[in-house]
Design a protein around this ligand. Structure first.
Ligand code: PLP
Length: 400
């Protein structure tokens, strides 16, 4: 018998080597208690959260929590069924209505996760004969959607509009073309030049899908994302998003103005062949989405936090993923996995949680400490965070 697990041996060895130094496992942390969107108890210690993607701090919003409790009482703990059978409750419709209002679009479809939204929409609209042109740094759920649909995949260099154009021009005349982009790329926190890219895509007869997972609620006048901020949202055919970041719960969605959009509910396998979200989840999502429509003050404060942290980290001597803050994600580039893991642990010991990211999730083999800011981080907390980075950076030799 061939042990089907032998392919994991190099990873097992790398992990064992890392942990043999006595390091805390960076991928096995338990939040023992969560006090607020910005503070939790980890290893018995009060810890500032700087790696949760809880951009708008909606997880403890009293209206959101109350809506969830009410739905739990009135509709029970789960739907036990697919959206196309017994799994569509009034709350699922209300959640889709909130999304249509939020994006000012005609159609919205809610999935059980953002991963499934990409998997479902991409695999259903682009099949074997079609071409998907995508940024090489695209999220795993985008790649998996391409694979599930069996489309021809044509990657292009990250954020390179010329490369995108060249790839589009090489596709045979008359073939179906889908360009897949992200508003914010979550590893380095950089944004896409969507204005140019969408123009090039349209000029070459492609439909465009933009994943706005990391910009919803924060970027753009109404929080609709980078497509809104760059003034091209009306040219985007499909926007994909998630409830697991700014919305503060779990779930995914696609919004669109395509007149035939509703047919997807019958043909999209990751929508049809899975149970729908629990009533409490769609109730919290709908309430949160409607509150995010009127959150300009929080958006402004989050920008302030992002600018303050970016400038402070640079001043301390860290190498960052972007020259200027472009989103609520600030990536600190580490020299290697060992140093990155040591720095991650030192920060945790100081009382700060960030995400440790490493290949294959990261571009160009980088090890990153990814910081995601929250609109509820206070100015004082950002100051404390910088103090912890200074202490941990010096203790581990990452800065002098
Ligand atoms: C760009 C992007 N798209 C989609 C997803 C999937 O979202 P979810 O957590 O809802 O599955 C993520 C989550 O990490 C993401 O970063």
């Amino acid at each position: 018998m061939t042990d089907l697990f032998s392919k994991f041996d190099p990873l097992i060895e790398q992990r064992e080597q890392l942990l043999s130094t006595g390091l805390t496992d960076p991928f096995n942390l338990v939040m023992e208690r969560v006090e607020s969107p910005t503070v939790a108890i980890c290893n018995g210690k009060r810890t500032i959260l700087l790696g949760t993607y809880n951009y708008m701090g909606m997880t403890f919003d009293p209206d959101v929590v109350e809506a969830g409790k009410r739905a739990l009482d009135e509709f029970g703990s789960g739907t036990t069924g697919s959206r196309v059978l017994n799994g569509t409750y009034a709350g699922h419709r209300a959640c889709e209505d909130a999304l249509k209002d939020f994006y000012a679009m005609d159609y919205a479809m809610v999935f059980s996760t953002g991963y499934q939204a990409n998997l479902g929409i991409i695999s259903t609209i682009a099949g074997k004969e079609d071409y998907i042109v995508l940024d090489i740094d695209s999220h795993a759920s985008i790649y998996d959607g391409c694979a599930l649909g069996n489309a021809q995949i044509v990657p292009f260099r990250h954020n390179d509009t010329e490369a995108l154009e060249k790839r589009l021009k090489r596709i045979p005349e008359g073939a179906g073309k889908l360009v897949v982009l992200e508003g914010v790329y979550s590893m380095l926190g950089d944004i896409a030049p969507l204005r140019e890219m969408v123009a090039v895509s349209k000029a070459n007869g492609a439909m465009v899908l933009v994943d706005e997972a990391h910009s919803m609620g924060f970027i753009g006048e109404h929080g609709r994302g980078v497509s809104e901020a760059q003034g091209i949202i009306d040219d985007v055919d499909f926007i994909i998003g998630t409830f697991s970041k700014s919305v503060g719960t779990v779930g995914g969605f696609c919004v669109s103005d395509h007149p035939k959009f509703e047919i997807l509910r019958l043909v999209c396998r990751p929508y049809v062949f899975t149970a729908s979200l629990p009533p409490s989840v769609v109730a919290t999502a709908a309430t949160s989405i409607r509150k995010l429509m009127n959150s300009a003050d929080k958006r402004a404060h989050l920008w302030e936090n992002s600018k303050r942290l970016h400038a402070g980290l640079r001043q301390l001597g860290f190498t960052l993923g972007t020259d200027e803050p472009q989103s609520a994600i600030i990536a600190v580039i580490m020299p290697d996995l060992e140093k990155g893991a040591a720095m991650w642990e030192a920060l945790l010991n100081e009382g700060l949680y960030v995400n440790l990211a490493r290949p294959p999730a990261t571009p160009a083999g980088m090890t990153l400490l990814r910081c995601s800011l929250c609109a509820l981080h206070t100015e004082e907390q950002v100051g404390d965070i910088l103090g912890m980075f200074a202490a941990a950076g010096r203790a581990t030799g990452c800065i002098s």
